[in-house]
Ligand binder design. Structure first.
Ligand SMILES: NC(=O)c1ccc[n+]([C@@H]2O[C@H](COP(=O)([O-])OP(=O)(O)OC[C@H]3O[C@@H](n4cnc5c(N)ncnc54)[C@H](O)[C@@H]3O)[C@@H](O)[C@H]2O)c1
Length: 384
């Protein structure tokens, strides 16, 4: 194993602070050393503020800066990027070309061309990379993946009904950039790219983890009424997205973010040709019949219900960082459950959902979306 990995974090908001907390634990184990922190707002770099989220944080040996080039100057071996996805401005490219390993938060960009450029630079430089899909490291996710291994996936449906007011607190000074006054940029279409892009990319990525890569997407959204928009919270009320997988399976991702409801719930099913998988509390439960066929009578629920042993919950933020750091130390990407390159299909799928909605529910082939001139305007970076 190589020595301690020198790391930096760019963006010390909700997500960057979670990463710093995990990195501080790894620093305590001698696996990393946090050498630099960078944020656009000086106040987000103050030790007292950071300690509210990372109680053990000690700024003594950490270079803090609002200037990205100073981060590179500190020679980190890896950089975590946790800035809003519409605010990338060449930093990932600069780091990659300097031979620095990349942890890029999801969604890697709101613009497919920008993400493709980052992916190509990462491949050319040969650096280790991953994206913030820590949900793959959940015990239940791994159990579902193991159950589905070798089976013929047929369909999956995921329903996520959230409340608009339940968005997490954010730290970007959005008001100074014409965004929401309360910093909650995730509720705004321009900033977040839609709830499907900002949040649904997690469910989309899990569907791929269990079912395989996505080849097409079709979507319809229910736009929020003008008179129901407060402080930039203009993301649609609801989203119905259908994915076609390369193996012929289909998936449905149904999401909503209603205001004045204060209730959230959800549902998940994953099916292969002769069984259902459900998440029931902490358990993964498979429903299938495995007796002599055909049975003499209809099997009881108990006969078809098969709880699948699932390991206890883990700290997934620590798990994904451990895997990333271990990959760097051992120069072996197979320790991680996804790389930047392998995450591109998740990004294309959610950005493709937006395109389908904008084009009246057109079925978007993801290869065509990524390459054809007809879709170029949807892929290119737009500045507000
Ligand atoms: N994987 C996950 O579960 C998860 C959870 C939350 C957020 N995220 C992702 O992490 C990213 C950041 O989201 P967040 O919730 O932390 O947002 P946030 O607004 O809370 O924090 C972003 C931080 O980046 C800083 N920043 C903005 N532009 C910058 C720049 N050019 N250089 C340096 N710093 C800059 C802001 O000042 C702010 O402190 C987003 O892509 C988001 O989707 C992922």
């Amino acid at each position: 194993m190589a020595d301690t990995v020198r790391v930096a974090v760019v963006g010390l908001g909700q997500r960057g602070l979670q990463h710093l907390k995990a990195l501080w634990t790894l620093q305590g184990r001698g696996e990393v050393r946090v050498v630099a922190l960078c944020d656009a707002s000086e106040g987000n770099l103050a030790q007292d503020k950071i300690r509210k989220f990372v109680p053990d944080y000690d700024a003594t040996e950490v270079h803090t800066t609002t200037v990205f080039s100073e981060v590179i100057y500190r020679s980190p071996e890896a950089i975590y990027f946790a800035i809003p996805p519409g605010l990338h401005d060449g930093q990932v490219l600069e780091a990659t070309r300097a031979g620095i390993h990349i942890f890029a938060e999801k969604p890697m960009s709101l613009f497919l061309d920008e993400a493709k450029e980052q992916a190509e630079a990462i491949q050319e430089a040969g650096v280790i990379s991953t994206c913030g899909f820590q949900r793959r490291y959940e015990a239940q996710s791994l159990t579902v993946r193991d159950v589905m291994a070798g089976k013929r996936p047929v369909t999956t449906t995921c329903v996520v009904d959230g409340s608009l007011e339940a968005h997490s607190v954010k730290h970007t000074d959005t008001a100074s950039m014409g965004g929401p006054s309360d910093r909650v940029w995730a509720k705004n279409f321009e900033w977040s790219g839609s709830t499907i892009v900002e949040a649904g990319i997690h469910q989309t990525d899990l569907m791929r983890f269990w079912m395989g890569d996505i080849s097409w997407v079709q979507a319809a959204y229910v736009p929020r009424e003008e008179d129901d928009i407060e402080d930039g919270g203009d993301n649609p009320y609801a989203y119905a997205v259908t994915y076609g997988f390369e193996n012929g399976a289909v998936g449905n991702l149904l999401m909503s973010r209603l205001r004045k409801v204060y209730h959230s719930d959800g549902y998940l099913t994953v099916m292969w040709d002769h069984g259902h998988l459900k998440l029931e509390g902490e358990d993964v439960v498979a429903y299938y019949y495995d007796g002599p066929y055909p049975p003499e009578g209809t099997p009881s629920k108990d006969e078809v219900r098969h709880p699948v042993p699932t390991p206890p919950r883990v700290d997934t933020n620590l798990a994904i960082s451990s895997a990333f750091v271990e990959s760097i130390r051992s120069k072996d990407e197979s320790k991680m459950l996804s790389t930047y390159a392998s995450s591109m299909n998740s990004l294309a799928a959610v950005l493709g959902a937006n395109v389908s909605h904008l084009r009246g529910g057109e079925r978007i082939d993801l290869t065509a979306f990524s390459e054809d001139d007809a879709y170029a305007p949807y892929r290119q970076k737009r500045t507000p």
